[in-house]
Design a binder for this molecule. Sequence first.
Ligand code: FAD
Length: 299
Amino acid sequence: MKIINTVQSALDMHRPCFSFEYYPPRDRANWPAFFQKIERMSLLAPRFIDVTWGTGSPTSMDTLEIAKDIQAQTHIDTMMHLTCTHRSKAQLMDILRDVYEGSELRNIMALRGNRPKDGIWQPHPEGFRCAAELVRAIRDAYGDAFCIAVAGYPEGHHEFGVPAPEFAGSDEYYRQIEHLREKVDAGADLIVTQLCFDLEQLCRFRDDCVARHIQCPIVPGILPIHSAQTWEKIAAFSAAIPAKLAEDYARIGNDAAAFDHFAVELLSRQISFLHAHGFWAVHLYTLNHEKLISRVLQA
Ligand code: FAD
């Protein structure tokens, strides 16, 4: 089923719902354990599950297989990410035909794709130049058959790092919201955001989107702090860390129990804040970790 329908009904009823993002394990030998984890986490009743697309990586086509298998095995609505990187329009449309004809999966997150580690993003010579073009092509070919999600950036999209706090409110910030509106106008049903710790900014971003006539649901992406490595390698490079949070983290040092307490308390607090501010649907970047999310959602 299309996730926009179930997400919208949760929003209409002010009923909390969650979704889980996974990435394909690099090694096929790890697939059985991965699927078992998804089965266990499915008992937490995520509203939908999504699977990232490994831009340029040899495992990118694994996403297709894994997303179709999750849909078939769990019967939970599943969304496959698809990026414009390295593939012609015809190749991407072949992938979509495979999804449409070969599975019940009806949810696509349409993305441009990450830039390469050491360069700028270049379109394929016969490819799409941005996510909006991919969204439009899916709508042209399939009408309303697919629910299409797109990426939003509460703190701004920046190729080379986290934008400075003053970016919000700048001309470029509003220009990016215009680009987001282009994606919605092209046919997107839903926006899922980049991970964000500054939840006040997330609220402001939503208000700024609404003020610019973006009517579709905005689902905030939250990164649970599964480990110190998650914090040091991912969180700090992908989103601004509010000063108070940085201080709390700095106090932990090597104390494992204090880290555990910090991670659980932070995720619980973020979810409570989001619900209190009308974000009934929350998207969790699992990074394929189970423990923290299970603990917090069961509680
Ligand atoms: P677009 O919306 O196409 O925007 C790309 C850039 O072009 C932006 O800076 C935008 O401001 C600019 N732009 C867009 N339209 C115009 C225009 N008309 N004129 C001028 N400038 C324009 N990456 C992966 O490789 N695989 C994944 O599975 C994946 N999943 C993601 C999930 C989420 C929720 C998010 C937030 C990001 C994800 N990404 C993923 C990362 C994403 O691919 C990168 O952030 C990428 O750099 C931008 O993708 P986009 O779809 O937002 O691009």
